[in-house]
Design a protein around this ligand. Structure first.
Ligand code: BV8
Length: 246
């Protein structure tokens, strides 16, 4: 990664009226949260896509809840890192939008404003049966959970994590906000493998709408060849470096 690429991105962010950033699991890696596809991404021998589905939960809610309890326990011991902190500061500027795929809420804990949370939160629950009052999510940050698997306080049925599972549609309001944010001057993706849709489609839309597009990732991704500049390195180092130059 050349200094020119770094200063070029900083100059673009500094002069932009509208900046949209989208993050993935890589932004929380330095905080100790396992990514999905990196080392430690596999829980026992299950692929996340095998557990994060309605079918998997219906088949074995105790197993799926054990996985989510493990992730809550892991994240509870983690703190936002410098990447989260830079993006929290940027979120206070006019014209900045942060779109996140992560469900660990570390961006929230870093004090980020107005973020678009596409895939929900590990710390919220809804009723799996969709009972009337249990459709609205409730927050539960207890680690460990006193009751496993947890039940819906309204109908006594199973509670589920308020996350978007594979095969489930995202909240249309979040998708609209994310789509509207692709009308920007700079669209920056940070720490995402750009494999999960519809999130992975946003950089394409931003490019089609004339935005300068950039990527920060330790590895190459399917988006690397598409974006105007791809900065190879850890987000917790590159974002503070860009921020310094603004
Ligand atoms: C849907 C919540 C409508 C749950 C998550 C089009 C084409 C192909 C497939 C589809 C398509 N449209 C829909 C699909 C199906 C599916 C999909 O995309 N499948 C993929 C796997 C091919 N999408 C869906 O099902 C979506 N729903 O489309 O509904 C519909 C309905 C029915 C039928 C059709 C359509 C729902 C998607 C949301 C799923 N829920 N999370 C939970 O967490 O338990 S997704 C979950 O995985 C995360 O939230 C995140 O989004 C994704 C993981 O991706 P990343 O965050 O990028 O993490 P990953 O580990 O992969 O990569 C980390 C990256 O960081 C790496 O590149 C690494 O190099 C880098 N890195 C590591 N360390 C660092 C770093 N970079 C910088 N610094 C570091 N230090």
């Amino acid at each position: 990664m050349t200094d020119t690429a770094l200063s070029d991105l900083a100059a673009r962010v500094a002069s932009a009226r509208r900046v949209t950033v989208m993050t993935g699991a890589g932004v929380s890696a330095a905080s100790g949260v396992p990514t999905f596809r990196g080392p430690g991404g596999l829980w026992r021998h299950y692929r996340p896509e095998d557990l994060a589905t309605r079918q998997a939960f219906a088949r074995d809610p105790a197993l799926v809840w054990e996985w989510y309890a493990w992730r809550r326990q892991t994240v509870a011991a983690c703190r936002p890192n410098p990447a989260h902190e830079v993006l929290a500061r940027w979120s206070r500027r006019d014209g900045h939008t942060l779109i996140i795929q992560n469900v660990d809420d570390l961006h929230v804990r870093a004090g980020t404003r107005d973020l678009v949370r596409l895939h929900g939160s590990l710390w919220e629950m809804t009723c799996f049966n969709g009972c009337e009052r249990g459709t609205r999510s409730w927050r539960d940050e207890r680690v460990p959970l006193p009751e496993m698997p947890p039940s819906c306080p309204h109908c006594g049925g199973s509670a589920r994590p308020a996350v978007v599972w594979f095969g489930e549609s995202l909240d249309s309001a979040d998708v609209n906000r994310a789509f509207n944010a692709t009308a920007c001057d700079v669209f920056l993706t940070v720490g995402t493998s750009a494999l999960v849709y519809p999130a992975a489609g946003l950089v394409h839309q931003a490019r089609a709408r004339g935005a300068f597009t950039a990527e920060i990732n330790v590895d190459e991704t399917p988006a690397s060849a598409l974006v105007d500049v791809s900065l190879r390195g850890p987000a917790e180092e590159i974002l503070p470096a860009v921020d310094q130059l603004i």
